[in-house]
Ligand binder design. Structure first.
Ligand code: NAD
Ligand code: LMR
Length: 329
């Protein structure tokens, strides 16, 4: 048996928590020989619901699930954890933009950033709660003893959404679509980069020549998918968001193949694409054997895509301005 891994999930009794926890417990990410200890963190009023989730986790009799612990505060809940998955926060409702959640959710990430100081020294943190890029910026600014390279905001869902759309259009499998970067903010300004995507190892345009579909239909489908799901379901995406979080953990714990990238938002300081520093911006990443990431360099863009990338950068600069009082200087 390997050493146990402690994983904290905030918002454990929420929609995403209800999908995510069972997949973490199943051994799917860290392997059946790695015991998992889950820290379920919830607001005091949702502890009873978290207890119900814990009962169901036990009832699955997952071999790799070593223990489930429940906490009503992040300080105790983050103690000794190796991964912190920051999901707990309000989701948007129909008609709202994700950025409208800033004033409701930002304070959560101040407290949680501070509480992460109790985590294991190897801690890595994935922010899912929206607006996730700016919430991650708040959390990392308050977790001052933790290297900022350990913080990610999740854009894996945008990547898998984009992959499905391209595979469907090209009539291939999603596994044939590689090097698909998501740039910028997890908002309706994000840029799914079809210009650098490979299909079956060849430039995407050898398979898809329909420019109007690419720069209008595809782009807006990916950018607006979250809103479309809220419209259809009456609730924001949950199982697909949990699945994307599992994807993130798998990608961050494996060496990225040389001909592929994985998208996540990271602190933009010293990036090779001339994006303003001090933002949590989604880039194409590659992970090494130690779980450290680097930004994949040298991707070129048309002037139309460059303009879109500037637009999503401006979106994040605006969000940062709104939360400036929540950031440490
Ligand atoms: P939900 O309302 O079903 O669950 C949220 C849970 O968080 C609730 O149980 C609530 O009690 C808990 N919570 C709230 N504040 C908390 C705090 N301070 N500490 C601990 N727990 C807290 O919401 P959901 O559908 O699970 O979505 C959660 C978040 O994830 C939302 O902000 C949503 O917009 C976001 N989201 C992000 C992505 C992405 O791709 N980045 C995708 C889907 C949803
Ligand atoms: C999503 O992309 O589905 C989530 O960020 C939820 C939302 O508000 O769109």
């Amino acid at each position: 048996m390997n050493k146990p891994i402690r994983i904290a999930v905030t918002g454990a009794a929420g929609q995403i928590g209800y999908s995510l926890l069972f997949r973490l417990a199943s051994g799917e990410v860290f392997g059946k020989d790695t015991p998992v200890i889950l820290h379920l963190i919830e607001l005091p009023q949702a502890i009873q619901a978290a207890e119900g989730v814990a009962m169901e986790l036990h009832d699955c009799a997952f071999e790799s699930l070593h223990a489930v612990e429940i906490f009503d505060n992040p300080t105790a809940g983050f103690e000794g954890v190796h991964w912190a998955l920051l999901v707990g926060s309000s989701p948007r409702r129909a008609g709202m933009l994700r950025k409208e959640l800033i004033s409701i959710n930002a304070p959560i990430f101040v407290d949680q950033g501070k509480a992460l100081l109790k985590a294991d020294t190897s801690i890595r943190c994935v922010v899912v709660g929206n607006p996730c890029n700016t919430n991650a910026l708040i959390a990392l600014s308050h977790a001052q003893d933790i290297p900022s390279s350990r913080f990610y905001a999740m854009t894996a869902l945008d990547e898998t959404r984009a992959k499905y759309q391209l595979a469907d259009k090209a009539g291939c499998s999603v596994k044939d679509v590689r090097k698909l970067a998501i740039w910028g903010n997890h908002s309706n300004t994000m840029v799914p980069d079809y210009e650098n995507t490979l299909i079956n190892g060849k430039p995407l345009r050898e398979m898809i020549q329909d420019e109007t579909w690419l720069n209008k239909t595809f782009m807006s489908t990916v950018q607006e998918r979250g809103a479309q799901i809220i419209q259809a379901r009456g609730k924001s995406s949950a199982a697909s968001a949990a699945s994307a979080c599992i994807h993130h953990l798998k990608a961050a714990t494996a060496i990225t193949p040389a001909d592929d990238v994985f998208s996540a938002a990271v602190l933009s300081d010293n990036n090779p694409y001339d994006i303003a520093s001090g933002l949590v911006f989604s880039f194409p990443l590659q992970f090494d054997h130690a779980g450290n990431h680097s930004i994949y360099p040298g991707l070129a863009h048309s002037s139309a895509l460059k303009d879109k990338i500037r637009h999503t950068e401006q979106d994040l600069l605006n969000e940062r301005e709104v939360v400036k009082d929540f950031l440490t200087s």
